[in-house]
Design a protein around this ligand. Structure first.
Ligand SMILES: Nc1ncnc2c1ncn2[C@@H]1O[C@H](COP(=O)(O)OP(=O)(O)O)[C@@H](O)[C@H]1O
Ligand SMILES: [Mg+2]
Length: 252
C-alpha cells in the first residue's frame, strides 16, 4: 500500500547476479523531505540497490514503489536525479565547459531547443549556485578538482529540479576538509530546496551528523533508523557489521 508522503517504498526486495545473492529481504521506506544515508562496505550491494531503484536492473523479487507508483508503471523519471559513482573522472583534456555539462541535464528532460536561451542559462546558473560553483561557469570540466567536478555533476542533476536526488559515493576522491563542506551543501539542498536525498557511502564516520536517517547495508539491511538511533548503535555493532573494512573517520 502506497504511503502518500513516501517517495520510495521497498518491500521484500532480493536480487542476485547468477549464483550470487547481492540483496536479500530489503525493506526500506523513504519519507518525503528526508535525508537518508545508505552505508556499507565495498561489495555490500549499495550500487545494485540504487540500480534497482532507478530501474537499471530488472526487479526479480519483492516490490519497489516510487512516489506511490509501482516501478513497472512509473514514468516520471525526471522527478529523480542521479549522480553515479564514476561521475567525477574527467581528465584535464575533456572538451566541455561547466555550463555545457550542467546544460546537458536540461536537454535530457526537455529537448534541446524548447528553452529560450536566457531562461536556460538562468536555470544552469541557479543550479550551480546551489552547489557553490557559479563562478566556474565557463571553465573546462577537466580542469577542476574531483570535489569540484562532483559538485558540477550534482548541479547537472539538480538543473531539471528533481524531487529525489540519489548520490552514489559522491565523496570518493574528495579530500577530507572538502567532505565536510560537501555534506553542508547537501544539507542545504535537502533543507532549503526540500529535495529528498539518498546518499550512498562506505564512510560511516561523517555522515550521521548531516542526515536524518541511516540504513546499513551488507546484502541485508542490518540497521535502518534515525541518525540519532544510529549514533547509539554505531560503536557497539558496526565493527562487527563492517569486519575488517570498517573505515571510521573522526571529525572532531
Ligand atoms: N554486473 C554484475 N555482474 C555480476 N556481479 C556483479 C555485477 N555488479 C556487481 N556485482 C557484484 O555484486 C556485489 C555487490 O556489488 P555492488 O552493488 O556494486 O556493491 P557496492 O556498490 O556496495 O560496492 C559485488 O560482489 C559485485 O562484485
Ligand atoms: Mg558501489
Amino acid at each position: 500500500m502506497a504511503q502518500s508522503n513516501s517517495v520510495l517504498t521497498i518491500k521484500d526486495l532480493s536480487f542476485r547476479y547468477d549464483e550470487q545473492t547481492v540483496l536479500e529481504d530489503i525493506h526500506l521506506l523513504v519519507p518525503k523531505g528526508s535525508f537518508l544515508a545508505i552505508v556499507g562496505p565495498n561489495g555490500s550491494g549499495k550500487t545494485t540497490l540504487l540500480k534497482s531503484i532507478l530501474g537499471l536492473v530488472k526487479l526479480q523479487s519483492g516490490s519497489i514503489e516510487l512516489f506511490g507508483t509501482p516501478i513497472s508503471k512509473f514514468r516520471e523519471w525526471p522527478k529523480i536525479g542521479f549522480v553515479s559513482q564514476k561521475a567525477n573522472s574527467f581528465n584535464s583534456g575533456f572538451p566541455a565547459t561547466v555550463f555545457e555539462v550542467v546544460s546537458s541535464g536540461l536537454t535530457a528532460k526537455l529537448g534541446l531547443f524548447r528553452f529560450l536561451k536566457h531562461e536556460h542559462r538562468k536555470k544552469v546558473i541557479k543550479a550551480l549556485q546551489s552547489v557553490g560553483m557559479e563562478e566556474f561557469l565557463n571553465r573546462n570540466i577537466g580542469e577542476l578538482s574531483g570535489g569540484q567536478q562532483q559538485r558540477v555533476f550534482i548541479a547537472r542533476a539538480l538543473v531539471s529540479e528533481p524531487e529525489l536526488l540519489i548520490l552514489d559515493e559522491p565523496t570518493v576522491g574528495v579530500d577530507a576538509q572538502t567532505v565536510q563542506a560537501f555534506y553542508n551543501m547537501l544539507e542545504d539542498i535537502n533543507k532549503n530546496k526540500g529535495i529528498t536525498l539518498i546518499l550512498v557511502t562506505h564512510d560511516v564516520g561523517t555522515v550521521s551528523e548531516k542526515v536524518s536517517h541511516v540504513a546499513c547495508l551488507n546484502k541485508n539491511l542490518h540497521f535502518h533508523g534515525s541518525a540519532d538511533e544510529f549514533e547509539h548503535v554505531k560503536d557497539d555493532d558496526l565493527s562487527q557489521f563492517y569486519g575488517h573494512s570498517l573505515q571510521l573517520i573522526t571529525h572532531d
